[in-house]
Design a protein around this ligand. Structure first.
Ligand SMILES: [Zn+2]
Length: 153
């Protein structure tokens, strides 16, 4: 629950020398004794928090895509079908909004953070896969609509 800018609670980050996770309250690394510049440490901790948050949000986006599949299937079932269909529509519209929030915040808006950092790469890959699921759902939905118009009218 810590904000990205200015906080007093110590935050974790990777030691620039040995890579072990340490925090901003330390004047030197607890593992390799490397001296730590507090300003740099704060920056590194913020970068770490931003990357962790980007990763978590990418996971959430993937979970939303998975929920789309479940709701799509459920929309064909009796009793819960109608509700599942409504849920599908809400999540279907929410998905691109989540993606449109992610990229300015965790890709274009990154300051001084390497975009090719491994967790960020993973996060983007996950969003890409989730977007493919969303696209397939869109095509299925369109195909079903066409079928309904052709055969059920
Ligand atoms: Zn160290």
């Amino acid at each position: 629950m810590s904000s990205i800018l200015g906080q007093s609670e110590p935050q974790v980050f990777a030691c620039p020398k040995c890579g072990e996770m340490i925090n901003t309250s330390m004047a030197q690394c607890a593992y390799c004794d490397a001296p730590l510049d507090p300003q740099w440490a704060t920056w590194a901790a913020n970068a770490q928090a931003t990357i962790a948050s980007a990763f978590n949000h990418a996971n959430n986006i993937m979970n939303v895509a998975r929920a789309l599949i479940v709701l799509f299937v459920a929309s064909f079932l009796p009793f819960i079908g109608f509700g599942a269909g409504i849920g599908f529509n809400i999540i279907f519209i929410a998905f691109p909004i989540l993606v449109l929030i992610w990229f300015p915040k965790y890709h274009w808006g990154l300051q001084g953070i390497d975009k090719n950092q491994e967790d960020l790469k993973q996060a983007r890959k996950r969003i890409m896969k989730a977007s493919i699921i969303w696209g397939v759902m869109l095509l299925l939905r369109l195909a079903l609509t066409v079928v309904a118009i052709l055969f059920l009218s």
